[in-house]
Design a protein around this ligand. Sequence first.
Ligand SMILES: [Ca+2]
Length: 352
Amino acid sequence: MIFQLDDLRFTFNETLTRFTSEVMMRFSDDRHLLRLSRIIDRKWRRSRALPGLLSLALVTSLVSAPTVPAQAEVKHEFGVEQPQRGAAWWMDEPTGDVAHAIGPGGSANPNADLVFSGGATFGEPGDLGAEWDDLAIRLNGSAQFAEVKPWTDAEGKTVTLVDTSQRFMFSTRVRLASVQGDHVAASQAASDGTVFELGWLNDRWTFRHRKADGTVLTSVTRDMAQAGDGQPWSAHWVSLMGGYNPSAQEIWLRTQAEGSVEVCDPEAPWLCSNVRVMAPEIKAATTTWTPVPGSGPLIVGATPAAAGRSAFWNGWVDESQLWSLARTDEAILNVIYSERAKPESATKTPRD
Ligand SMILES: [Ca+2]
């Protein structure tokens, strides 16, 4: 008897550590339909998110099929198309003033290199800590920032790194040295003079869209004035992902930080619970942002102002990435985040 695969369905949980596999098979007599369903927990290998493809491989055992030998092992390999990464900066250069960019294919992309001004300090411990050879860049909050200036393509057209007429997501790992004042981690203007800004604004982690004169058009914030352990945000590295989706007419912000602390009830000290520094959260707001192309440089560590730059970042910046993703690509956002969470094993996760 021949059977043909009718449907193969995988339903993943948020962190991609567990999924339900459902297999529907139709037998050649056309009367028997077999449905197999299993919950699989960490029995699959997740490859690194390769540019353009999130590839997965798994092995499932089919049991109790009438015409299939029990415990027959079937290997499925499949790929899920995903948008490409536009650029990434690991900021692991020990010295100098350039954070080199990796392009969509994983190779160097000098057009997207971040060039720092004002004597930023390279070679500081990164978000993974010095023991992982991870380095970050320290900005002083008064004059230092970096830019990816527009370049000219082969057809003579000016190209900005972030095309603000399209869906985009800018991801960065940051740590403040001071929570006083406004600090922009990343920004870029659009050709209508409006600006997107990701950073620490009005005492909150924020992704917003504003006019050239500073009027805020749309803003999304993480409503945590301090970390879940009661410390100021200068005590922790934070992951910020800010995005724009023209088809959904929204801007969105994903925030998360590692760590937790045990907090006990002062009235009943035997009642304790673990409080996370910052559990992941995605928030969105409807925007009337007109999708127009980008204009001027992508700026890391400041925002464009009439006279030059303002809201300088005071603290550290580390791994940053630009992707064409929406907040609904949550599973992929989680993969991007967890790639930089401290590995459990002693081996450092290799990077592109
Ligand atoms: Ca780094």
